[in-house]
Ligand binder design. Sequence first.
Ligand code: IMP
Ligand code: MG
Length: 182
Amino acid sequence: MENRIKVNGLTFVPYLTADRIAEQVKRVAGEIRKDLTDSEPVFICVLKGAFVFASDLIREIGINDCTISFVRYASYEGTSTTGKVKQLIGLTEDLADRDVVIIEDIVDTGYTAVRMIEDLKKMGPRSVRFATLLHKPESSRTGFTPDYIAFSIPPKFILGYGLDLDGKGRNLRDIYVIEEEI
Ligand code: IMP
Ligand code: MG
């Protein structure tokens, strides 16, 4: 197949094009806009992976009175989860009585999502919603289901559009999936 790429010695093939991603970002943005009418939400982008999705999604939602903030958690090494979630950058914003929307690149086991929601709820928000670009429902070890999902995908390793393999591939416009071993 053409357009295959190599990252850190692994081969990836095209999976979701930038056009398809843009379509689903638009749909999810519409859902969030509808649910947050008359709200001044706080959007929390989960670094690093969600920076591309969050940037497109927040602009597409188009609510002017919003605040944008960032947190950083990490659980992955290479192409698999360590099962341990570490908070690397925390929040400085006051979330008291605010409607919060967490924006994540991918929900895999759900450990990161559950941990984040637990941390944020301690800060007294009015509501916490969770938007993800990708969801791997078959990998769930927590039963957590995001409120907004752009794509549900099988449990294969992917990269591009913000997602990485050990720091590489975040700049790709399309999303790629790891090539099946034959
Ligand atoms: P969880 O805590 O297992 O749900 O993992 C979520 C985090 O793992 C995401 O924020 C990503 O950083 C990373 N991750 C999970 N699956 C992939 C993948 O297929 N490609 C790149 N990163 C992934
Ligand atoms: Mg991540």
